[in-house]
Design a protein around this ligand. Sequence first.
Ligand SMILES: NC(=O)CC[C@H](N)C(=O)O
Length: 502
Amino acid sequence: MFVILAFLFEIKMTKNLRPIMLVGTGSDVGKSILVTGICRILKQKGYTPAPFKAQNMSLNSFVTKDGLEIGRAQAVQAEAAGISCTTEMNPVLLKPSGANKSQVILHGKPIGDQTARSYFLGNNKQELFKEVKKAFTKLQAQYSPIVLEGAGSISELNLKHRDIVNMRMAQYANAAVYLVADIDRGGVFASVYGSIALLDEDERKLIKGIIINKFRGDISLFEEGKKMIEDLTNVPVLGVIPFAKDIYIEEEDSLALDTKNKAITTGKINIAVVLLPFISNFTDFNRLEKDERVHLFYTRSKEDLKKADIIIIPGSKNTIADMQFLRNAELAQEILNAYEQKKKVIGICGGFQMLGQSISDPHHVENDIHTIPGLGIIPAHTTMAAEKTTSQCNFTFKAYEETCTGYEIHMGITSFEHQQKLNTINNTPEGYMDEHCWGTYIHGIFDNSIVIDDLLKNFSIENTSETFDYKKYKEENYDKLAAHLVSNLDMDYIIAQMQSSL
Ligand SMILES: NC(=O)CC[C@H](N)C(=O)O
């Protein structure tokens, strides 16, 4: 009996299943979260799924175990699938760093900056697609099925022949494709019908179902609408997914920032995160904003910065431009005032660099400017290097013994006139602290409870919450998302398609 079971299990794990792909009628329709949920459901059923998005555009990135950079959305999806993320899951990452300019990360390493025009019109897209295919093939040798995600809408006709992330990828992977539409925005009939009508015959054949996402209200009222879409398109509607407000899944940048707190409140410890134009890795604060003692908000208001208890300057894709922004918007002075009044001022990565005396960019990796003064709070000088540092790290914080985890992603190298270290990584000092201020290169530092407790310890608000286990909380929410999808999406159909060869 055991042998037979083991044998069946083995087949389930190793058989090359047909890839699943979620594409959209537009951006922000919820593809990313659906991929996360589907990865979780398949994992629960004993499969070994892995996420894949050929090209992502994001300033929230993550570092793999082998020190390579990928978009955070794929890192989150891999976490839901119960596997470590690798760069094959997101071979191309574009990080906007200036007006119409992005740093291009290929297989986890920067290959330089490109303007939108040269990126989209340059003939290197062919080369890039070859690289994308290589990554996909490598991933497919390890996991099955691959759950792919498209980007934006599949009917951007003018960009289609240079596409490396949507239907061209679907065709290469021979994926069973599901079209996701956002009913909350309206226009769902036209966008679904139009997106399918504008596909070539070969592409259309791959579309196996439609998913109507973000439905608010009584689903039974949409029964007729569902039938109309099916009659119009000849494609089954596999689910109408209700808007789920109480499920927490880390979202992609554009969506996430819109939904964050933007104003100060009373009765809690007010933590202001300065809303820099090139803010990056603001997922650093997701755990902190869940602490019951805290009200965390993103702001550019001088008044609110004045009233905040703690000010955090976050990461930045362009430290020099954002430092200039702080000065021009007169926020720099507000931060200095807060520090003088002995309020806590924290800097993470780009924000840490801004706390120092100077920021230089001799190779112009970020900006045309050579050197500008920083806020001058800490005795540090930063120079942008040609090589990027990307690594996961274990460290100890202040004098605490507990091992904490985090990751670094930066071009800058910081030296000190004299260093009062904040952290220790492998016996090496990292960051800087004084009584009211600290700065570090480590992202994810607030995912470690002792760092939060230390930050909040001198405030009179009591800690009423039990120790919050962030990892457990995330796992529970992946399960909640899976349960939500299982009850609203025809997963049996999706699994049957995945098991068919064509
Ligand atoms: N993630 C960041 O904040 C990076 C800071 C800065 N842009 C650097 O690359 O060094």
